[in-house]
Design a protein. Structure first.
Length: 91
């Protein structure tokens, strides 16, 4: 699955890469070069981040599913227990 960015996000990412190159490397990087670098990152590195995010979400969902029975458990046959007088306290 190729990771694609919406047009606006892609333009902002390219501008950010250009700014980073200028600020951190003191090197002007053109729009085409920054776009190519972004494309490389999206194809080569972004899947690692994406896959880790999916794994994190899967783990969290599994934890939540495991907690469902605890959070949403209802005891059956409680009608008569609620109607019984409390047991006398022993001293």
């Amino acid at each position: 699955m190729a990771i694609e960015l919406p047009r606006d996000a892609r333009q902002q990412a390219i501008a950010s890469i250009e700014r980073y190159a200028q600020t951190e490397w003191d090197q002007r990087l053109g729009n085409v070069a920054a776009g190519a670098l972004l494309g490389f990152f999206l194809e080569e590195i972004a899947p690692l981040v994406y896959n880790q995010a999916v794994a994190d979400v899967q783990e969290r969902l599994q934890q939540r599913i495991a907690e469902l029975d605890i959070e949403h458990h209802e005891d059956a046959f409680g009608y008569w227990r609620r109607r019984e007088p409390p047991a006398p306290r022993r001293r």
